[in-house]
Design a protein around this ligand. Structure first.
Ligand SMILES: Cc1cc2nc3c(=O)[nH]c(=O)nc-3n(C[C@H](O)[C@H](O)[C@H](O)COP(=O)(O)OP(=O)(O)OC[C@H]3O[C@@H](n4cnc5c(N)ncnc54)[C@H](O)[C@@H]3O)c2cc1C
Length: 271
């Protein structure tokens, strides 16, 4: 495979809400490598690829042949070899996402053949419950974890807290509600920050991901209190949420994990 070849093909694009999509790509003439849930892939398109018409025009055109590369957490199971799934939000002023949102089925793009990332869900302490906090597309690595390991690991409890502005921005809600309704050890807690915009009423949690922690909603919904000695805490999404959640958890006795000093808090920062 030549370096920078557009080596992957779009096999499906699902619009979750305006500016939010689930993208599936498959490698062309090569095999997807192994990866651990939590890790990310690198997608790219050249500067010559057209931008979606509803996005901001570029002030300075990018070099047409240069690939614009960005990281995306993998949402599919690590057992799925036919395609890779990514959950992507459109940044109207951005360089790559306006081009990704302009792709069509069958179009080609670059998918880096090596998968990277130290944010791995298998770092959870053996036997500990897995508590996951996400905003927006920060849910992607947790979808991969649930899809890969949940069914074969019934001894521990899994909790996903997913924050978004509106109910319609809660991608994967139907899949997570279905798992939740069938599994005593899986709890899904969606939380929205703009309930006044809802047309049909919202009966779930309101506010931010951090409020779910502060108000002990996990204890009420999942029936256990996550503590440093029984849970591993995974956080992924926007910087405000990640920083605030880390502070709250540290105040409750959790420690941020590093190679030198093992802890119970694992964080992926998107920007
Ligand atoms: C390890 C890692 C994993 C990532 N996984 C995902 C993912 O699964 N899905 C995804 O949509 N993005 C993800 N990102 C962000 C992604 O790499 C790009 O930064 C993003 O798509 C914007 O690219 P762009 O070229 O369009 O915008 P750029 O021109 O690069 O503008 C970047 C700016 O866009 C904003 N931004 C970036 N990402 C987001 C986001 N997800 N939501 C809201 N605002 C954002 C920030 O203000 C950032 O400074 C990840 C980033 C990292 C480092």
């Amino acid at each position: 495979m030549a370096e920078n070849e557009l080596n992957a093909e779009v096999v499906s694009m699902t619009e979750v809400a305006p500016g939010l999509m689930i993208l599936r790509v498959k490698p062309v003439g090569w095999e997807l490598p192994d990866f651990t849930p939590g890790q990310f892939a690198v997608l790219a398109l050249p500067g010559s690829a057209p931008r979606h018409p509803v996005t901001d025009p570029e002030e300075t055109p990018l070099p047409p042949d240069k690939l614009i590369k960005r990281a995306y957490s993998i949402a599919s199971s690590s057992r799925t070899k036919e395609h890779m799934e990514l959950y992507i939000t459109l940044i109207r002023s951005g360089a790559l996402t306006p081009r990704l949102f302009n792709l069509n089925l069958g179009d080609h793009l670059f998918l880096a053949p090596n998968i990277k990332g130290a944010f791995k869900l298998d770092q959870a302490k053996p036997g500990s419950h897995i508590v996951m906090f996400a905003t927006g597309t920060g849910l992607a690595p947790f979808m991969s974890a649930i899809r890969t390991t949940f069914g074969s690991d019934m001894a521990r409890r899994y909790v996903i807290v997913h924050g978004a502005r509106h109910s319609w921005d809660l991608g994967y809600r139907a899949e997570l509600e279905t798992i939740s309704s069938h599994s005593a050890n899986f709890t899904y807690i969606p939380v929205i920050s703009r309930p006044d915009d809802e047309k049909t009423g919202w009966t779930g949690a309101v506010g931010y991901v951090q409020d779910v922690w502060r108000l002990d909603v996990i204890n009420a919904e999942a029936g256990f209190q996550p503590k440093p000695d029984n849970s591993s805490m995974f956080i992924c999404g926007n910087p405000e949420m990640t920083e605030n959640m880390v502070k709250l958890l540290i105040a409750d006795g959790f420690r941020e994990h590093s190679k030198k000093e093992p802890g119970e808090i694992f964080v992926e920062r998107y920007w």
